[in-house]
Ligand binder design. Structure first.
Ligand code: URP
Ligand code: ZN
Ligand code: ZN
Length: 466
């Protein structure tokens, strides 16, 4: 038995001084501050701290192969970095390689969960519809893999056509699942890339020009139309412009179950990084946008139109990024971020811009759990929830340096950034894994989490957005 004592508990809908009683890896009770407890209980002092549910990262690529590159981390490495950053659940992707079936990809990726220091769940992925796809989706739903990643870009790798997207939406809807989709019009992107290549302007510093904002909005509009035609729920990953977010918000007003995810780098970093010393380190899809767009996107954290914040973690290193730095069409896309997602967003939006700690928990923990069928076991500190807890020092000032982080790469996009607020002690199912910023228990204890059927009408305590 343990008690987290003296802190302010922050849930997605309230926060108040309270103590937490932990038994058998779960929250046994939320107690009035200072309530008498069994003297044998281990006390974890949280005086002056914020006691939050551990983060749930809804968008995390682990050991992800795309083209000729594989991102560098194992489950153990990725989840070690995650817990140092206050995240206690990651949701990874089982992306089939060309010719591989989705079920095979899911089974292989799921087998890695036990290497993790924390729990994980999976998004499946469908690239091409065939006679076996519906059956594979049903088998995966039966194993609690209910969300299905799709792409409207990356032709020849993972791009799906509209027939495949529509069929997958119908089928996942009927299985209590949801399509989660990367939207960029491949036609607009390809044309922009061809134009850039023709004028020898296709190196990493031109990344923004090769994937224009209109590519994203055009694709979001097309996918919303398909989802509405089928009344299928849909979740848009890494939306990077306010225009794209607003299209989804309008569809929600028309009654569609539709969600927006934004990722930390699109909310904090702008395209000036492509004019800096290491443009290759910032190559991701969609690309970083102008400062005005970043500000407009960030405003939607406050309007409520953004549902979740992910990391889109991809652990490539500078050497991998540099192999094709003169041609973005062949570079590995994506930024390392599972460890920095929470501190960067907390510092920028809670500490500096006044987002409430509860909304922070909603965006980074509770809503990712809700939209993935994991709530309230994850994303909450109510009795019965797993005791996945991040105890934050809201006043701790620190500078991000790659040497002090734990991701399996040689750089961080936030090098030198001054932040305020950091998780100092982190529990996974009641075990202290990080204490005072040190790894306290490296035992792999990760479990594959089975998503419950998604039922947004019936979700208890759900946000008005859900
Ligand atoms: O640049 C990115 N986002 N790379 C990872 C794959 C994806 O599109 O999510
Ligand atoms: Zn993507
Ligand atoms: Zn991604």
């Amino acid at each position: 038995m343990k008690v987290v004592r003296g802190g302010t508990v922050v849930e997605s809908h309230w926060s108040a001084p309270a103590d937490l009683l932990i038994e058998d890896g779960t929250i046994a009770a939320v107690l009035a501050p200072g309530t008498d407890i069994d003297p044998a209980a281990e006390i974890i002092d949280a005086t002056g701290k914020l006691v939050m549910p551990g983060g749930v990262d809804p968008h995390c690529h682990v050991g992800f192969t795309s083209g000729e590159f594989t991102s560098l981390d194992s489950y153990r490495e990725c989840t070690t970095a995650a817990v140092f950053g206050g995240t206690t659940t990651i949701i990874d992707f089982a992306i089939p390689r060309p010719g591989q079936e989705p079920l095979d990809a899911a089974e292989k990726q799921r087998a890695k969960a036990s290497e993790g220091l924390c729990d994980s769940a999976l998004h499946a992925c469908v690239v091409e519809w065939n006679d076996t796809t519906a059956g594979q989706l049903a088998t995966m739903a039966g194993a609690g893999i209910r969300t299905v990643k799709m792409f409207t870009t990356y032709a020849g790798e993972t791009m799906a056509n509209e027939h495949t997207i529509l069929k997958t939406m119908q089928t996942t809807r009927d299985l209590g699942g949801m399509v989660v989709i990367h939207c960029e019009s491949d036609a607009i992107v390809t044309e922009a890339q061809n134009l850039a290549a023709a004028s020898a302007a296709i190196d990493a510093s031109r990344m923004s020009l090769t994937r224009p904002e209109l590519a994203e909005t055009a694709s979001v509009a097309a996918i919303l139309a398909i989802a509405e035609s089928q009344q299928a729920p849909v979740y848009f990953v890494h939306q990077s412009t306010p225009a794209a977010v607003e299209l989804v918000a309008e569809a929600r007003q028309r009654g569609l179950v539709a969600f927006t995810e934004s990722v930390a780098h699109h909310l904090v970093l702008d395209d000036s990084r492509y004019r800096g010393e290491h443009p290759e380190r910032f190559v991701c899809c969609p690309p970083l946008r102008s400062a005005d767009i970043v500000e407009g996107l960030g405003r939607h954290l406050f309007t409520g139109h953004i549902t979740t914040i992910g990391s889109d973690h991809c652990c490539y290193d500078t050497a991998q990024k540099n192999v094709h730095r003169h041609d973005v069409r062949h570079m590995p896309n994506g930024l390392p971020g599972v460890e920095t997602r929470l501190p960067v967003i907390y510092s920028h939006y809670v500490d500096r811009l006044g987002l409430s700690p509860s909304r922070f928990v909603e965006l980074t923990s509770a809503n990712p759990a809700r939209t993935n069928g994991l709530y309230p076991r994850k994303g909450s500190l109510m009795p019965g929830a797993d005791a996945d807890i991040a105890i934050w020092d809201p006043d701790l000032e620190w500078t991000v340096t790659v040497d002090a982080l734990h991701m399996a790469t040689d750089y961080t996009p936030y090098e030198g950034c001054r932040l305020r607020g950091k998780p100092t002690t982190v529990l996974v199912r009641g075990t202290v894994v990080v204490h005072d910023g040190e790894l306290a228990d490296p035992t792999p204890r990760g479990r594959h989490l089975e998503a419950a059927p998604l039922d947004f009408d019936a979700a208890p305590n759900s946000s008005p957005m859900l």
